[in-house]
Every structure is written in structure tokens, then in C-alpha cells.
Design a protein. Structure first.
Length: 468
């Protein structure tokens, strides 16, 4: 006897299991064995006890409804159970084979890496001895071949870790601007022998420090930019980082992109090139190097960071690989503005690089006056009394630069030049030249120093006029 207001006792779960099983068994017997097989499969996925309760009831009900056909239902259930057991066994065998493959690759990679490091070490020592030109070229071949082999070994190891699910990220605070600029310098050295310029553009809205796996981000950028440099015979390779927005958690949504002026990627190949061991075809044939793992590993690393990589046609032709990823900002001190209150005249005939440098200097606090021709830049120097003059040299002859340099000397501005990495430099007495792409910190420090040196060299009367 229950008291008033007390909850009614819960109905036994077993009673409802039997009722559900009876209903399913009746429907299965009426509709036939195909539906019954599907019913068994669904039940088996959730409740093994329910399955056998249904089989027992189906056997009884079907005996009443259709006589001998009841055993057909039992055989269907047994076949399903056997198929499931075989599938599970196959999965276990595949997992064991995958583990064995990964262990083999790791062991073999280690066994190859150890003697190869010895070969490269001896080659480096040999390169510091007295060699003639031919012998030195032989040593260079040994080093470049060994480095290429080590790169392939690293890629195979990374692929095996990714496939085995053992690739782990190591997030830590880092400066993305410095990372992107370091990659730019590395790629610039690779294309020094070609008429290809490497440009680096970093959004001024980018947080100074972020939290992420800097090593893996660098690996992705080196893979993307290295491919762009390999397939671009002339023009430029642009490496950029920009902020596309902010998430609800405050993380910065970043787009890291590599854009080139090469042949581009045909639309029919844009998906397959991210596959493992896939080599380029068509216009890319003969230029591919390595095992064809770079893009596959990059896409897998991006996915591990909960990001993605896509490829599209660049503006004006070529290819643009863009990685989207969200990274939380890390605590950082207030951003310095070393050029605050200073005026800089910029001469650059390149619309792309001129805009990149202008954005960098403006972000550092400078009042930038940009011109594309020497005469126009000389007029800016005469009118604006700048503290420094920056020449983005594009091979202009000394005679063409004379008006600009004379106007800078007349205005008492410090003069600095940028020239392509590994290429010729402008000829002018006392002109300091930095390689392009110049790290932002080094460029800003050089401009501050040039402006201070020029200011110290002005006579007092000229200094007063300059301030006015």
C-alpha cells in the first residue's frame, strides 16, 4: 500500500525490453527476413541482450505464423554475428599491421639518419680544408644530397606518426612575425640564383605573441613557400600573415598564405596534390623534388591544429596556398613605436613591396611619404624635411638615383637602401644596404640609427631649420 503523494514504483526495465522485443519480432515475421536482418543489426549495435530476446520471441512467433521459416531468421542472425566478428578481427589485424609499419619506419629512419649525419659532418669538415674549385663543388653535391635525404627521412617519420595517431603538438608562446620573416629569409636564399624575389607581409593588427606549436607552423610555411620557390622561375613569392577576425574565446583567426607568380595549379589537381606520395604533373613535371609528402603532411598538421589549407588561383596567375587557423594570444608587453614622430621618405618602384614597407613603417609610428620615381621622391625630400630616406632599389642606374640622393643630402636625412637578397647593390658612397626581405626589427633599428646619425651630423642652424 502506498501513501498519498508517494511516487509510483518504476516499471521494471526488463518488462519493457520484452515488450519491445515482442513488437519487433512480430513486425519482422510479417515483413520478412530482409527487414529482420536490418532490425537485428540495429539492435545488435546497442543491446546484445535485446537481440537474443528478440530472436527467441521471433522463433516462437514465426513458428505460429509461418512454420519452418522461423529457422531462416535464426540463420540470418548467426550470419550477421559471424560477419561482425570477422570485421572486428580484420580491424585488429589492420591496426597491428599499421603499428608494425610505424615501428619499422621509425627504426629504419634512425638507422639511416645516424650514418648520414656522419657523412654530412665529414663533408662540412672537408669544406673547411684547402680545396680547388672542382673539389669544393663535389663537397657541395655531397651536402645537398645528404640534406635532401634527411628531409625525406623526416617527412616519412612525420607521416608514420600522423597515420599512427602519435603526432602531438607542443604549444608555447611565440612571435609569429619573427617566424614568418625567418621563413622569408630562408626561401630568399634558395632563389638567390633566379630572378625571383621573396616578399614578406605581416598584418600590423597581428598580436605580438601567440600560443601555438611554432615548429610545426614553420614546417608548414617552409613546405608551402619551398614549393612556390621551386615552381616559380621569375616574379615573386609572397609570404603573408593576416588577422581575419576574432573568435568568441578571444583567439585570433589567422590566414597564413603563400602566393607566387608560377604556372599555378590546374583545378583538376587541386585536391589530389594533398595526397601522400603525389608528384606534380603537367607544367610541374621535372621540377618536383622529394617524396611528394610535403603538402600531405602540411594538410595533416593543419587539421591537427583544427585548421585547414586550401589552394586557389592567385591574382594575376600563379597559385595561392592559404592556411586558416585560430590561435590564442599570449601576454606581451606594450608594442614599441620606434619611429613615432619621425618622417621617412620612401622610394619604391614596386607597388607590392612599396605598400608592404609603408605599412610596416606606419605601424611603427612614422609619417611615410612614398614615391615611385626618383624625381618625385626628391620633391618629397625637399618639401617634407624627412628624418630618413629609404631606397627600395630595383636596379636603377646611379645617374637615375642622383636627384634622390642629392635631395636627401641637402635635407640632412639619413639614407638607407634595400636590395634583393644575393643580388647586386646600389653604388653610392656611405650608403648602408640591407638585404630584402629585411627583418622588421633590423630595418626599423637601421632607420632609427640612420636618422640619429644624420641629425648628429647637422650643424646647429640646419638642425633648427629641420625641426621647423
Amino acid at each position: 500500500m502506498t501513501t498519498q503523494g508517494a511516487p509510483a514504483p518504476a516499471r521494471p526495465a526488463a518488462r519493457w525490453r520484452v515488450l519491445r522485443a515482442t513488437a519487433l519480432a512480430t513486425v519482422a515475421c510479417v515483413l520478412g527476413s530482409n527487414v529482420l536482418s536490418l532490425t537485428y543489426a540495429l539492435i545488435d549495435s546497442f543491446d546484445e541482450e535485446m537481440l537474443w530476446t528478440t530472436i527467441i520471441l521471433t522463433t516462437f512467433i514465426s513458428g505460429v505464423i509461418s512454420g519452418p521459416t522461423c529457422w531462416r531468421f535464426v540463420r540470418d542472425a548467426e550470419r550477421l554475428r559471424a560477419a561482425k566478428a570477422e570485421a572486428e578481427a580484420a580491424n585488429r589485424r589492420a591496426a597491428a599491421a599499421d603499428r608494425a609499419k610505424s615501428a619499422f619506419l621509425a627504426n629504419m629512419s634512425h638507422e639511416i639518419r645516424t650514418p648520414m649525419n656522419g657523412v654530412l659532418g665529414v663533408a662540412e669538415l672537408l669544406n673547411h680544408t684547402e680545396l680547388d674549385e672542382r673539389q669544393r663543388s663535389y663537397v657541395g653535391v655531397i651536402k645537398s644530397s645528404g640534406d635532401a635525404l634527411l628531409k625525406i627521412i623526416d617527412e616519412v617519420l612525420d607521416l608514420s606518426r600522423i597515420e599512427a595517431g602519435r603526432m602531438e603538438l607542443e604549444p608555447a608562446p611565440f612571435a609569429l612575425r619573427e617566424l614568418v620573416e625567418d621563413v622569408g629569409l630562408l626561401i630568399a636564399a634558395r632563389v638567390a640564383e633566379k630572378p625571383v624575389e621573396v616578399l614578406v607581409s605581416v598584418d600590423s593588427a597581428l598580436p605580438d605573441r601567440l600560443v601555438g606549436d611554432a615548429g610545426r607552423l614553420r614546417q608548414i610555411l617552409v613546405n608551402l613557400a619551398g614549393n612556390a620557390a621551386r615552381f616559380t622561375d621569375e616574379g615573386h613569392v609572397l609570404i603573408s600573415a593576416e588577422v581575419a577576425g576574432r573568435g568568441r574565446d578571444g583567439a585570433a583567426r589567422l590566414i597564413l598564405a603563400v602566393e607566387d607568380t608560377g604556372p599555378g595549379v590546374p583545378e583538376g589537381q587541386r585536391e589530389r596534390i594533398f595526397g601522400a606520395f603525389v608528384q606534380a604533373e603537367g607544367a610541374f613535371a621535372g621540377k618536383s623534388a622529394g617524396a611528394g609528402l610535403g603538402l600531405s603532411i602540411s594538410a595533416s598538421l593543419a587539421a591537427l591544429m583544427k585548421g585547414s589549407i586550401r589552394v586557389e588561383e592567385a591574382r594575376g596567375g600563379g597559385a595561392r596556398f592559404a592556411m586558416e587557423v585560430s590561435l590564442p594570444p599570449a601576454p606581451s608587453p606594450p608594442r614599441a613605436r620606434p619611429l613615432a614622430g619621425r618622417c621617412v621618405a620612401l622610394l619604391s618602384a614596386s607597388p607590392v613591396h612599396g605598400a608592404i614597407v609603408e605599412a610596416l613603417l606606419s605601424g611603427a609610428g612614422a609619417d611615410v611619404r612614398r614615391a615611385a620615381e626618383p624625381l618625385a621622391a626628391a620633391a618629397l625630400l625637399a618639401d617634407g624635411r624627412p628624418d630618413a630616406a629609404l631606397l627600395d632599389w630595383r636596379g636603377e642606374p646611379p645617374g637615375a638615383l642622383r636627384p634622390f640622393l642629392d635631395a636627401a643630402a641637402e635635407a640632412g636625412a639619413g639614407v638607407l637602401a634595400l636590395a634583393r637578397f644575393g643580388g647586386p647593390e646600389p653604388e653610392a658612397p656611405g650608403l648602408r644596404v640591407l638585404s630584402r626581405p629585411a627583418p622588421s626589427r633590423a630595418l626599423l633599428a637601421a632607420i632609427v640609427k640612420a636618422a640619429a646619425t644624420a641629425a648628429a651630423a647637422r650643424p646647429p642652424s640646419a638642425a633648427r631649420a629641420h625641426r621647423l
